[in-house]
Design a protein around this ligand. Sequence first.
Ligand SMILES: [Mn+2]
Length: 358
Amino acid sequence: MKLGFGLYKHMLNEEHYKFAKQCGATHIIIHMVDYFNQGNKASLNNQPIGDSGGWGVAGDPDKLWTVEELTKIKEDLAKHDLILEGIENFDPAHWHDILLDGPKRALHLENVKTIIRNVGKAGIPVFGYNFSLAGVSGRIIEDSARGNATSVGLNGTNEMLEQPIPKGMIWNMIYDQNAEEGFQPEITHKELWRRLRDFLNEILPVAEKAGVIMAAHPDDPPLKFVRKQPRLVYQPAMYQELIDSNPSPSNQLEFCLGTLAEMTQGDIYKATDQYTKQNRVAYIHFRNVKGKVPYYKETFIDEGEIDMKKILEILKKNKFEGVLIPDHTPQMTSDAPWHTGMAYAMGYMKALLAQVDN
Ligand SMILES: [Mn+2]
């Protein structure tokens, strides 16, 4: 198994590459979407939580990520002896009408195909995505982790979770600042699954040919509905439905332990066993939580309810050889809350891996 590190768009620089390497990472997952773009008042130290204004403005709809820019990032990382393992998430500006089944759907399918081909040409093996209309939305920030560390979670339902998505917004980002008044139409779970299957049927042959694995993140928070919209994967068994919907070897999972443990059904150890046994896990968000929706808190890696060592033992048994990244951690009280939180998680993971994966 490999120790990886996730970097947001604003962290794609030498300082953060050095930091990741110093934490023991060998592999990097990058975000090309800028969740902190314009109008997002969120602290750069925290993960974006998704309040009523969303995360901010989506990117340029006409500017797809090029082979050159992706290759440059890969080469910059290589100078620090780091391997670019994957990209996490599409920009809503490039694919909103795939999620919405809107008038630009055909154009957006071409966008995604171009992006996947470019990712393949740059030699990046994995693309993580989240097929979700509301996205990571409605969570709250509390000083709820050990020692009153600032973290995120849910404390019962809240107004935000019930608020419909305004037109011009999808997946928490604004793709049309001049959209008309009103809300995105409400759809059924059946319709959402139809859209996903159609998307996979179009994209997976291209991904396979490009040598790229498509890795699906579950819905965070994993509720049946968020913002009046259905969620795709909000119980562990729904991941099987996703895998079974298309047999392509490029149809895989961005396996988020935290989100899966927050689900009301299933068992995190059985789910880990079930999906890694099938060789369908592309990479893992290795983080811990307490509780289940709608009452849960993200915790430090060693204070949640998941036995992380037991997870590693299951991964080892099933010969999982992919990358583990911390995903999120609580922020630690210091001059560098994000860095200290991540360094703590990485040290813990490195030690655990040394114990189990030798
Ligand atoms: Mn995750």
